[in-house]
Design a protein around this ligand. Sequence first.
Ligand SMILES: [Zn+2]
Length: 328
Amino acid sequence: MNTLEQIRAKLQVYPMEVTFPDIRRWQSGNTGVDYVHAFDSGVAGPHVMIMALTHGNEVSGAIAVDQLLRAGLRPLKGRVTLGFANVEAYHRFDSKIPDASRFVDEDLNRVWSASRLDSGGDSLELRRARELRPIIDSVDFLLDLHSMHEEAPPLLLSGPMQKGIRFAEETGIPEHVIVDVGHPNGKRMRDYGGFGDAASPKNALLIETGQHFSLRSRDVALDAAARFLIKTGVVAATKLDDFLTPGKILNQHFFQVTQPIVADTTDFEFTQDFRGLELIEHAGTVIARDGEREISTPYDDCVIIMPSLRHLAPGVTVMRLAKVLDDR
Ligand SMILES: [Zn+2]
């Protein structure tokens, strides 16, 4: 039996290319909720929110929101809200154990259902989600900024609905979009309430900017946040020039997640050094071993999505499998 420490010791160590911003200056917001700042134009328009730190060690989002706040942006119309979600986990970050501060008690991105929020349950993350909930309830368009355990191209997670796919197309970046239903062990913020209701005009996107601590992820977060504010029409493009990454916008490719691969044991190993977006040509190719169990691709042209063993435990999703979605 492997311990999580033994498993992590075998994984690649990534350099810390970015500085964690001191976000304590943003504690007192103007919304009644710490670390949440709202800017109202006074003109009719959507309520647009950019959220950072749903996971406490995903610093690229914190850098982007910190810089947007420093820039003193004011919306042309509607309302813009900028927030830091799991601040407690962020403040506990320790570069010697960089994977540990994803959350404190439980994953903040698995509690976003009314049944969970209204339950008698208690955890640091549930308390924070309950604080944030009235704000999230009033948001029309949400961008939730995340990053990944492993170095890989950025991914936009559109959710399973056509409205999410359309929103991803309108946003136009990044190149790779993952169409997925989320996780069996709890609802994500991006699927909460109206965001997850096909009949609601509300919409949400989640971006995985790249490896947590890379400069490229920081740049992707800044670029995505700026494009989101421009596309939703709430901030003038001229105000966001400094945030945009110059260069050609690539055609997007969409991938439909068909299933998670959930570990049963801690004796789980991939058969290749997967980083994500590998295309496995033949059905039946063995891609992982979980104790005695062999896991193989269920169909031809199967795409590996976000493989990682950093949080390996029985019941944890360690990768997802997807089909290339040409018709949508
Ligand atoms: Zn995350």
